[in-house]
Design a protein around this ligand. Sequence first.
Ligand code: DGL
Length: 272
Amino acid sequence: MKKTASKPIGIFDSGLGGLTVLQEIRKLLPGEDLIYFGDSGRAPYGTKSTETVRKCTESDIKLLLSKDVKAIVAACNTAAACSGREFLESFGVPVVDVIRAGSEEAARVSKTGRIGVIGTPATIKSGIYERSIKALRSDCVFTGRACPLFVPLVEEGWWDNEITAAVCHKYLSGIGDIDTLVLGCTHYPYLEKVIARELGEGVTLVNSAKAVAAQLKNLLEDSGISGKKRGGKAAYYTSDSAEKFAGLAEMFLGKLDGPVLRVDPEDFMGKQ
Ligand code: DGL
């Protein structure tokens, strides 16, 4: 096994959202060591400017690089949309991101080509999903909708209650005739039940987490840096309260397979 193969994989998001991706990576790659960073102290990203999100993304990546990761998963649509592939790839380690995976999955599963994407205001404004899905499906009729209150509701642990259902109704009741809806924010799978109830059975929900995990597996294999087959460990970092993060993360994942530690991403801003 190459020396790099035994290094961990770094995963980042603005907060809890990327845990939906970590969960799928853990299922598919049970032997890999994982380092997760959730930037809850600076979340939400999706209502901030492109420049601010890019700066946050840079420090998130540098923080993970300081843990000597062999690959990075940008488990945040907003970070990927605001930074672009070129920027994500400029740090010298292989990167996979959720936007490519979600677009490919939507193009594959939609029968009619009438595809909707929900995401943060920054992701929808960037137009990246419309471009990437239309590049794969020329018959695509695209609808994008920003849902800015979804991320704070998830970070608060309000995953299925009457207020979340009312917000969901407000955002999605007029979304029109679609057969596929991409959850274009990694926080949104927490709200999958509420969203599915609102849209009914005729709409397939695309959660890019599984597709990203599969892309990561291929990338590691192709680069000859796959790690152990079982017994992977994890460590979780957050820029806000470690207790709050651990409580919500355990509500979602069950008992955590590693410690939760607080860290300040600003400390990594200037580093190479
Ligand atoms: N999970 C992030 C995403 O996929 C949420 C962004 C936010 O913090 O607003 O876009």
